[in-house]
Design a protein around this ligand. Structure first.
Ligand code: BES
Ligand code: ZN
Length: 460
């Protein structure tokens, strides 16, 4: 049963969230910079409506960070909330049942880009704050929010802000709500995130494109050269062929691997409903959890080159480019992996190709300790509302700033209200509305419980 707060305000909340989601805040596309700013302004206005006395748009070398502070409560602990208002590009558009920026409710789910990653989840925390402010006009704790606009595209405005002013990290705990339950009915907290090394591989084999009849059979084709190089960098069995890459990996403790074996997991359902393909690929001697949480990956995200228009053109392309990334795990560092990737690409390039590796962005992997008392309070809040406490697992994804968020010494709670099949970064991304409604009650309760924690951070 929904809480009274949720049943009373459900329609208004759906209207508000829909309005925010309709702003296409795609940080990777420069053509959407104004939309990203509109999304930041929408959030600032909402925070003012909620009664936050401090709401700033902090400018930097890119998209602004929204910083907000709730009405100070002397002696109460401080919770710093992190999130991101930017979203991934929505393509391929033709695969969406309803347009990505026209949020639509179907079967109790809200479909649209950013519903789960991460606007819907930030919205959940805002409404939890609204609920927890009832009768007092402000939440029972000192809430601070730092919401960036470049998480999905490797920007650095938030990192620069936190380096320039580390006192912003002065909190009793940091809450990151950009993740999902481990499974329906089973909320989670995360002990690790993978790091990232994103790069472009540029190849040139000719000064200009050539006729494939006159020169086919003798001229080096840039796309073919690139395809062969990419195939060299990873075997069909999923082994990434970059020297030392696996040597750096710190394997998970046997007890951790043992705990993963006990997690509820239906491989067939995973293949059908999440992977949506015919096979699970990769390093067969490792479990799926080891492959997605504790081992590095190498993925090709896109290839540009040659003729891809309608119809047919017989040409030998002179240039080609691939966008690739590696996910990094504990023991590996972005800088080392970037150098190793560059060397490996140069090593597999044939003499006739000019090759350049451009590193686009990256982040080190993160591990977090989940023993601070704040985790037990979150457990209690979930238990009370959804009947289950959290399970501690790792995540395969990355949130680059998390490493910095922990630098003030506060524990970083990585959690969320999504479900594994939300389709982050995919067409038809969705958020189950019951997850949102429950989440509002869970986090409102968490704020109340958190108020009882001994405050150590200064909040002047
Ligand atoms: N919410 C995700 C991170 C995530 C994904 C956590 C899956 C747990 C499971 C986040 O918004 C994200 O997508 N991050 C990017 C960062 C990258 C561009 C550096 C990612 O992981 O691709
Ligand atoms: Zn994302």
């Amino acid at each position: 049963m929904d809480s009274e707060f949720v049943s009373t305000h459900r329609d208004r909340m759906l209207r508000e969230l829909t309005e925010w989601l309709a702003i296409p805040s795609v940080s990777a596309l420069p053509s959407h910079a104004a939309d990203c700013r509109r999304a930041a302004v929408w959030l600032s206005d909402e925070l003012r409506r909620l009664g936050f006395p401090v709401v700033d748009l902090v400018e930097g070398d890119g998209l602004p960070v929204v910083w907000a502070e709730s009405t100070p409560v002397a002696g109460a602990p401080t919770l710093l909330i992190y999130g991101h208002y930017d979203v991934q590009p929505p393509d391929p558009l033709e695969d969406w049942t309803t347009p990505p920026f026209e949020p639509t409710e179907r079967d109790g789910k809200l479909f649209g880009r950013g519903t789960a990653d991460d606007k819907g989840q930030i919205y959940c925390l805002l409404k939890a704050c609204e609920k927890a402010s009832a009768g007092r006009g402000h939440p029972p704790i000192n809430l601070r929010l730092v919401i960036e606009g470049e998480e999905e595209s490797g920007g650095h405005v938030i990192q620069n802000l936190l380096h320039a002013d580390p006192s912003r990290l002065d909190a009793d705990a940091v809450l990151v709500c950009d993740m999902s339950y481990f499974a329906p009915g089973l909320p989670a907290v995360y002990t690790a995130l993978r790091g990232m090394c994103y790069a472009e591989i540029h190849v040139r084999t000719l000064q200009r494109d050539l006729h494939s009849g006159t020169y086919g059979g003798v001229a080096p084709n840039a796309l073919e050269t690139l395809a062969r190089m990419l195939a060299e960098l990873k075997t069909e069995d999923g082994e990434v062929r970059i020297p030392k890459l696996y040597k750096w990996v710190e394997p998970p403790a046997p007890s951790e691997v043992q705990a993963w074996k006990k997690l509820p997991f239906d491989k067939k359902a995973f293949l059908e409903h999440e992977i949506t393909g015919r096979a699970i690929t990769g390093l067969r001697k490792f479990s799926i959890f080891e492959r997605t949480w504790a081992l590095p990956t190498f993925e090709v995200h896109g290839i540009r080159g040659g003729f891809t228009g309608d119809g047919a053109k017989t040409v030998i392309p002179a240039t080609a480019m691939a966008k690739v990334s590696l996910r990094l795990v504990p023991g590996q560092s972005f800088e080392r992996v970037a150098r190793a990737l560059t060397r490996a690409v140069e090593d597999v390039a044939p003499d006739w190709a000019d090759v350049e590796v451009r590193i686009i962005h990256g982040a080190d992997p993160v591990q977090v300790d989940v023993t601070h008392p704040a985790f037990a309070l979150l457990d209690q809040a979930f238990e009370e509302r959804v009947g289950k406490g959290t399970v501690a697992v790792r995540a395969g994804g990355s949130i680059p700033v998390v490493l910095d968020l922990g630098k003030g010494g506060a524990p970083v709670i990585l959690t969320g209200i999504g479900l594994p099949d939300d389709g982050l970064h995919s067409p038809n991304e969705k958020l189950d509305l019951q997850q949102l409604w429950d989440g509002i009650d869970v986090f409102a309760r968490f704020f109340e419980l958190f108020a009882g924690l001994q405050a150590t951070a200064s909040n002047d």
